[in-house]
Design a protein around this ligand. Structure first.
Ligand SMILES: [Zn+2]
Length: 694
């Protein structure tokens, strides 16, 4: 591991002892006092919180009063608040700012938590009380009925109704899967932080624009500056390197390292880990009476079945393949015209695609970036939320930070009432896992008082050298809008019960608020206001703006193929009975790709050995299709604003807030969407958006 250690490890011991063993934190929005927390505090904190939760569960399960909504469901909802506080602090940090001490704790605490929750979901006395609550006699309201239904479904899906031998096995599987997910993530982080491609001298920097010279220089500094410039496996460095480097040999080396993360042999190889994960998931599904893990997973989603999801994937796969083939021919023609004597390979695609984009749309990535300074894009995301939902954002300077780069904003409604706290952690560093995500330090609820959410967005943008603004690519800006859409889903949550708060919705519905938000970034109205040159403050020239928007569907064959291939492999893996011993991950992937005629010049967006979405936890397992499923919804949902003739149409935005962003999981996803749109979505706007319509 080359991960840098957190400053908190080296800090002098805080005088007040373990902050987790003290009462409420007197910080803004109950934010953790990060400066006072040391790794050794987590062990005792987890111990105490787990014991407290066990006592609470025991009291609920052994209550002698007849089971009621209040003494069972509400009591469960109130229980475990200490555990939530410790776990949310801990797991946010293991994602965004980890170190060897936290990683060691993570390896023991994740299986322990899995056992803890298994014991709750498999507790027979507790289940019989939940099952016995008489919905009608109690005259429960809609949200109460929903939360009860969610508890019953969860308990059933975890095995509450099974015999005790099966229950025991399920608990073992859950614990082992938790362990394997942690191993998978830690292996991946090690592979990502260990690799650097040094760039020595002008020859190695050939083709790199200024921003990328700066960013590779900055990355070298952060890694101890043994080299002038380095390429790391952070997406925000390696993708532009593959675009701009004119050194085909270096592109190939960087690319190979990037796509073989998790597959390099040695102690960080993830293939054995994956084989075991897939086998255990299949066994769990069998025990619960499902044909495969995919059937188990999809049973409780908006799609409803693996067939429904696969049908959608197939519906876009064929036109996407045709479009990608057409794109490849044009790239090849361009390369040939330049005198290239090779067939376009995967490590050439981005490079020639950028050249083609420049030729066809006169659009140069380096020309766009100066108009997208990070602060400008943040302001654009905030302003959009203000125009849609009347939100206000005020930067808070004095708050506890877990890293000096973290920023915070207090969020308010138009009438000044508080909404929550938003944290932004934007820059890549070796202690952070790759990707971009939203997470909650605290979720909204009203059961334990009027609790306001604390939501964080974590990104991996390459940080500009000191004193200079970080400039984003249009893709980076889109990622920021995407994650901010998730953040709004957490911030605007307006529910009573914690179980239903914010993003706790079906996996194929959760990308709707995030992907829908991306649409506003692509509106001329928004870009004219916010895409301003970082030096002069001049707005992006109209000609550049229209070229940028005209190029929107450029290379969408490639993008759709790399995404859809990943989604199909995910589903195929989890549809396979896969109980069989010794799944050969590499072979399985190759076979499955061959069956769908995957072009060799395009790799999966996430190859199996580093497919963190589906292996670092269960969240997106047999669920990567969700992005496309949600895209059917978001393309159709944005049309509601188009039809209203105003992209900030007040009544449409109010419905959007009420039924989607604010509603959490208080309704079934189909009902929620229908309440917003008046009908279920159609796939046509998606095909049009991706340029795949016939
Ligand atoms: Zn997302």
């Amino acid at each position: 591991m080359t991960a840098k250690t957190a400053s908190s490890i080296d800090a002098a011991p805080a005088d007040g002892g373990n902050p987790f063993l003290q009462g409420e934190w007197p910080t803004p929005f109950g934010l953790a006092p990060f400066e006072a927390i040391r790794p050794e505090h987590y062990g005792p904190a987890f111990d105490r919180a787990l014991q407290a939760h066990e006592r609470e569960i025991l009291a609920i399960a052994s209550d002698t009063a007849p089971p009621s909504f209040v003494n069972t469901i509400e009591a469960l909802e109130r229980a475990g608040s200490d555990l939530d506080r410790v776990a949310s602090t801990f797991f946010n940090l293991t994602g965004s700012h980890t170190n060897p001490e936290l990683q060691a704790i993570e390896r023991t605490v994740t299986p322990r938590l899995a056992r803890h929750y298994s014991a709750i979901y498999l507790n027979a006395a507790l289940w019989s009380r939940i099952a016995a609550i008489d919905t009608d006699a109690e005259g429960l309201g809609e949200e109460e009925r929903r939360v009860l239904e969610r508890y019953r479904t969860r308990f059933r899906r975890t095995g509450a109704e099974l015999e005790s031998a099966a229950k025991e096995r399920l608990a073992e599987i859950a614990s082992r899967l938790a362990e394997l997910g942690t191993t998978f993530s830690q292996n991946l982080l090690a592979d990502e932080s260990d690799f650097v491609l040094p760039l020595e001298g002008e020859d190695d920097l050939a083709g790199l624009p200024e921003f990328l010279r700066d960013a590779t220089g900055q990355a070298a500094q952060e890694r101890g500056a043994q080299h002038g410039h380095v390429v790391t496996l952070s997406r925000s460095l390696i993708e532009p390197f593959l675009v701009f480097s004119t050194r085909r040999d270096l592109r190939e080396r960087a690319y190979r390292a990037w796509i073989s993360r998790g597959e390099g042999g040695g102690t960080t190889d993830n293939r054995g880990v994956i084989a075991e994960i897939v086998r255990l998931r299949a066994e769990r599904a069998r025990l619960l009476g499902f044909a495969s893990f995919a059937h188990l997973k999809l049973d409780d989603t908006m799609a409803g079945s693996p067939d429904a999801a696969m049908n959608l994937l197939r519906e876009v796969w064929t036109p996407a393949l045709a479009r990608a083939a057409n794109e490849r021919e044009r790239l090849q023609a361009l390369a040939r015209a330049e005198g290239a004597d090779f067939a376009i390979a995967a490590h050439d695609w981005r490079h020639y695609a950028e050249k083609l984009r420049r030729a066809e749309h006169e659009l140069d990535e380096a020309e766009i970036k100066p108009y997208l300074p990070l602060d400008g894009v943040i302001a654009a995301a905030f302003d959009t939320a203000s125009r849609l939902f009347g939100l206000r954002f005020e930067e808070v300077r004095d708050f506890p930070r877990y890293h000096p780069d973290v920023r915070a904003w207090a969020v308010q409604n138009i009438d000044g009432s508080p909404v929550g706290l938003f944290l932004g952690d934007y820059f890549a560093r070796p202690s952070k896992r790759s990707g971009a995500w939203m997470s909650a330090f605290r979720s909204q609820e009203r059961l334990a008082g009027d609790i306001k959410p604390v939501i964080v967005n974590v990104m991996n943008f390459a940080k500009a050298p000191r004193g200079e603004p970080t400039l984003l690519s249009f893709d980076d800006a889109r990622t920021l809008f995407h994650e901010f859409g998730h953040a709004l889903h957490g911030l605007l949550s307006d529910v009573t019960y914690p179980l239903l708060a914010g993003t706790a919705v079906s996996g194929d519905f959760v990308e709707l608020p995030s992907q829908l938000y991306e649409h506003w970034l692509e509106q001329p109205d928004v870009l004219r206001r916010h895409a301003r040159h970082y030096r002069t403050g001049e707005p992006m020239p109209e000609a550049l703006l229209s070229r940028l928007l005209a190029a929107r569907t450029f290379n969408q064959g490639f993008a759709t193929v790399e995404y859809t291939a990943s989604a199909i492999i995910d589903m195929t893996l989890h549809l396979s009975a896969a109980g069989e011993e010794g799944l050969d991950v590499t072979e399985f992937e190759a076979d499955a790709l061959q069956r769908i005629a995957m072009p060799t010049e395009i790799a999966m967006r996430h190859r199996t050995p580093h497919f963190a979405h589906i292996f670092s936890g269960d969240g997106y397992a047999a669920g990567y299709y969700s992005y496309l499923w949600s895209e059917v919804l978001d393309a159709d949902a944005f049309d509601a604003f188009r039809e209203a003739g105003d992209i900030f149409h007040a009544e449409t935005a109010a419905r959007l807030r009420q039924f989607i962003y604010g509603a959490g999981n208080t309704r079934d996803p189909r009902a929620a969407y229908t309440a917003f749109r008046g009908r279920l979505p159609s796939i046509d706007p998606l095909l049009k958006k991706r340029g795949l319509a016939a």
